[in-house]
Design a protein around this ligand. Structure first.
Ligand SMILES: Cc1cc2nc3c(=O)[nH]c(=O)nc-3n(C[C@H](O)[C@H](O)[C@H](O)COP(=O)(O)OP(=O)(O)OC[C@H]3O[C@@H](n4cnc5c(N)ncnc54)[C@H](O)[C@@H]3O)c2cc1C
Length: 365
């Protein structure tokens, strides 16, 4: 990026290169001097990761180097650990100055730093599944359910056990969706154990017998932990925004998606306290509202002209293998191939790539 080109441009720093952060950075890169700080060198479409575990080449499209959609921005691969009124401090001790800050650190979970390492990890996951006769999945939220669905469809004959400590699967949506999901899994011979937890301390490498809280023993050649991912806000607790976190650790925002009481700090995606279900398609909507408001402010527009974000009602798709899904809308729940056609074939990967200005499909020469 030529320094001349940037003269006069305002400095926007985006922390977190997930669903929301990648889109806001992409949208602003030709309007501002954009720096994206992310703990890894790539953006990954989270809901495509379970397909990538059974079909590693799928990750070629869903794990995207930040550079690919951000040719006019700067990428810093590091964790942000502190912020002041004017700068962000990274783990390596770098100080990045900003005029406007966008916090989009959604959820934090340990993944490799490089895209190549992440692709290798999927290869290893698939090997693990292929070589196992019996597989234990711990956690019956969307991650555990979608993984069980992928394995049940792609690896017929594997003995899959799903253990969940709650009274029903995918508890963040309604009981009807949970029942339809349970029926679907049972039909594909996935054994589901509810209201039990696996003693994670008893798990050691090479262990084949797992004890549950109900005193049952489950034999499995391998296991996958699909328990919830923690919010990526712990690092904010010691910063100037500590009083802007609510009791759940979410950043409180106003209707323009600025952190309450702050003129130049926005927050978007799962990290916010917006009263709606936490979903990627909503995180993308936040990103577009924040980008529009930032453009307006950077052009000297009036604050009163900023766009207001209106929370959305529920719309959730949980994929069940390659052709089926269960979907919940405000007044109805449906399952089978109709919602499956919407989500499960491509898992919105082509659509998400297009929104980032990339080809939906990669054409190999
Ligand atoms: C299995 C599964 C299926 C799902 N299916 C769907 C679906 O079908 N449709 C849908 O709309 N949504 C779906 N979701 C939800 C969706 O993935 C989330 O709502 C979305 O990822 C939130 O986006 P985000 O940008 O707020 O956070 P994230 O995507 O979690 O991104 C946060 C980013 O911040 C980075 N980060 C965190 N802390 C720091 C730090 N201190 N410094 C630097 N970087 C940091 C992380 O590494 C990450 O890159 C699904 C989620 C799961 C797990």
């Amino acid at each position: 990026m030529a320094t001349q080109e940037l003269a006069g441009k305002r400095r926007v720093v985006v922390i977190g290169g997930g669903v929301a952060g990648s889109l806001v950075a992409k949208s602003l890169q030709f309007h501002a001097d954009v720096t994206l700080i992310d703990s890894k060198e790539y953006f990954e479409i989270p809901w495509a990761s379970l397909r990538a575990m059974v079909e590693p080449p799928f990750a070629e499209r869903s794990v995207i180097n930040h550079r690919d959609y951000l040719p006019n921005g700067r990428v810093i691969v590091s964790n942000a650990i502190d912020i002041t009124e004017t700068e962000v401090l990274t783990e390596e001790g770098r100080l990045i100055a900003y005029d406007f800050l966008v916090i989009a650190t959604g959820h934090k979970y340990p993944v490799p730093k490089t895209r190549a390492q992440r692709l290798d990890q999927y290869q290893a996951d698939q090997e693990k599944i292929k070589s196992a006769h019996s597989i234990l999945i711990v956690g019956g939220g969307p991650t555990g359910v979608e993984l069980a669905g992928e394995i049940a469809v792609d690896f017929l004959g594997k003995q899959v056990t799903l253990v969940h400590d709650g009274p029903r699967l995918i508890e963040f949506i309604g009981p009807k969706a949970a029942n339809k999901t349970l029926e679907w899994l049972k039909k594909r011979h996935v054994e589901v154990k509810l209201e039990q937890s696996v003693n994670l301390n008893s798990i050691s490498d090479g262990s084949k017998v797992f004890q549950t809280s109900a005193g049952e023993s489950i034999e499995a050649d391998c296991y996958f932990l699909c328990t919830g991912r923690p919010l990526g806000s712990a690092w904010l607790r010691e910063t100037l925004l500590k009083s802007n976190l609510d009791i759940d650790g979410r950043l409180m925002v106003d209707e323009n998606l600025r952190v309450k009481g702050r003129k130049n700090i926005f927050a978007i995606g799962d990290i916010t306290d917006i009263r709606e279900i936490k979903q990627g398609y909503l995180a993308k909507k936040h990103a577009l509202v924040a980008a529009a408001n930032l453009k307006l402010l950077m052009m000297g527009g009036q604050e009163s002209k900023m766009a207001a974000y209106k929370p959305h009602s529920i719309k959730v798709f949980v994929s069940l293998g390659r052709t089926d899904a269960v979907a919940q809308f405000p007044f109805t729940t449906i399952s089978g191939i109709v919602p499956g056609m919407i989500k499960s074939r491509d898992l919105f990967v082509g659509k998400t790539r297009k929104q980032l200005g990339l080809e939906p499909h990669i054409v190999h020469a």
